[in-house]
Write a protein that binds this ligand. Sequence first.
Ligand code: ADE
Length: 235
Amino acid sequence: MTFDIITIFPEIFDSYLKGSIISRALKAGLIKIRLHNLRDWAQGRHKTVDDRPYGGGRGMVMKVEPIFKAVAALKKGKKRRTKVILFTPRGKKINQKMAYQFSKLGHLILICGRYEGVDERVAKYVASDKISIGDYVLMGGELPAMVLIETVARLIPGVLGKSQLLKERITADRGFIEYPQYTRPEVFLPRLRRGYGRQAKKGKKWRTPKVLLSGNHKKIEEWRKKHSKIIAGLR
Ligand code: ADE
C-alpha cells in the first residue's frame, strides 16, 4: 500500500513516522508513505497555495489548481485501485469497516487541507472520498491523515502480529471487540492523593475481577462478551 500525502506541513509527520510499528512496516516494505509539499505545485515567486474567498468573509481558502496538479502527478501511471481522500469535518465519519475497505486498495492519495477551508471544487471533482475523523474542527487534515494511516496500516497483513489481527477478525465477526484487560499485579493498593473521584476510596484496593483469575475459560468468555464495547461500523 502506498500512501501519498499532500500537505503544506510535511514536517508534522516526522516523529509519527519514526514510531515503532509504522517505521517497522515501512522498513519491511509493507507500506510506503510519501510526503509531498503542496507548494511544489504552486505558481509564482511566492508559491501561493491560498487566496481570499469569493463572496467575502474571514480567512483564506486553499486553491484548487495546485491540489489538482499534485493529484494528477501522483495518479500518473497508477490507474487502478487509487482513492483520493480529502479530509474535512464535512466528510463521512471514518469507521473500522471503511478502514478494512481502504486496506484492500493499493494506493491512497491523502489531501490535507489547512486554513479556513479548501476550494469546494476539490471536494466536488478531485476527491473520490471526503473523510472526517469526528464532529469537531481541527486546524488541518494532517492529524486526520495520521489517524487514517494508522487505522488502515494495522490491517495490512504483516504489519501487526498475525495472531493479534486474527483474534480481532474473529471477535469482529461476532460483532464485539474491546473488552477490559488486566495484568499484574492482581491487587493494587495505590497511595491516593486528591483528584481520583468517588470510585477510588482511600485505603481501598484496586482488584482484578475474580473471574479472570479463575482459569474457567467459558466464564471468562462470558464476562468478556458482557463487558465488550461494540464498535460502530465494524461489520
Ligand atoms: N479538518 C478539520 N477538522 C477535521 C475533522 N474533524 N476531520 C477531518 N478533517 C478535518
